[in-house]
Design a protein around this ligand. Sequence first.
Ligand code: ARG
Length: 459
Amino acid sequence: MDKMWAGRFSKSLDEVADDFNSSIRVDGRMYRQDIRGSMAHAAMLGARGIIPQKDVDLILAGLQQILDDLESGALEIDPACEDIHMFVEAVLTKRIGDAGKKLHTARSRNDQVATDLRLYLRDESNEIIALIRELIVTLISQAARHTATIMPGYTHLQRAQPVTFGHHLLAYAMMFCRDITRIQDAVRHMNVSPLGACALAGTTYQTDRRMTAGALGFDGISWNSIDAVSDRDFCIELGAAFATVMMHLSRFSEEIILWASWEFKFIELDDSFTTGSSIMPQKKNPDIAELVRGKTARVYGNLMATLTMLKSLPLAYNKDMQEDKEAIFDSVDTLKSCLTVFRPMVETMQVLEGNMREAASRGFINATDCADYLVRKGIPFRTAYKITGQLVAECISLGLTLETLPLEAYQKYSDAFEADLYEEIKLETCAAKRISEGGTSEASIQAQIKYITEFLSHV
Ligand code: ARG
């Protein structure tokens, strides 16, 4: 096929160079947005009397037919075309003749691609938000089942204080709520129309940029035509928001992998989300969680690739920018597939409450509560802290726990200790008494679930 720009050239593009230059394998997926943008543009050209209405009607019907044919499979995207913009225009012109050649009046591929990409990412962002939302819903229902399931809470991966499994899960739910807000913010920043900026300088035609912006659901127009075609900040901002979701999924995956190990055995992953080994018959591997953790790397890489591609790039459009799409599309695909597989894995995992409780009973995680007991009896916190440290050392040397150390042993260190101590240092009491807002108590967990449910009702 002859290039649209062939007029200026005496030789055609080298085959290898042509293939190298082409982006249609990557940007072909934006055909819906490209057609939608062209329809808005054509309608505007008609409304402003820039091209005759009869040509607009032909263009609109032709574009609709191309869309229908692509959706039904009657028309296939030709990989020999340079990009999706050229493909749609070429098919249109082939089908409706000269009217098709008028579509590109007062437009350039530079404002066209910037428009298509924003529309595409807006659509994908909505799908991603819906997937994150489903994951949050799963998390709150798992959490609601485990508001009293005691597990050791960790710092430095050392047992620290008793928490409930429900509370721990809701920590992730909170992160995913922020992720939704972050993506929404990025979409809000992105949602201005570059269409009408043309190649870089604007146009001599009496166009109406606000008409196309409104028709395409943008909140406004970009104010500077050079910025409009040069800006890919939105790929970075959205790419960073996607990388942050992956970071959260990766931390969660890491914990799932640890919890599923024989060393922890806090959970049992469902058979349908684990794999076996080709040699070790006993193995049940958490591959899905590992892959999510591993794929986080490529989403970080895509963000870094885009930042680096734009670094030092002079204004306005440069072909380097064609690389933006492969990176952000890969992040979109990776994030969607991770979210899709992650949610049912969390939903079907079996929580081994007994093992969590057993792990919590070792490690002296009620030591802070023992010190707080003394504080309530009038001992200054630092003194109480020191006494409790000595008691822990004594327990270790005797092979006992704070629960099993006899009262006489306690009283050697302080006569403030009385028999009511044992009720106070029961792990269930320790968790239930963490009543500060956001703490691990039952009431606090219910309040957190309420907050998240409320948040989701506005998303
Ligand atoms: N395929 C191109 C891209 O994705 C479209 C814009 C081409 N513009 C140009 N002046 N060559 O960046």
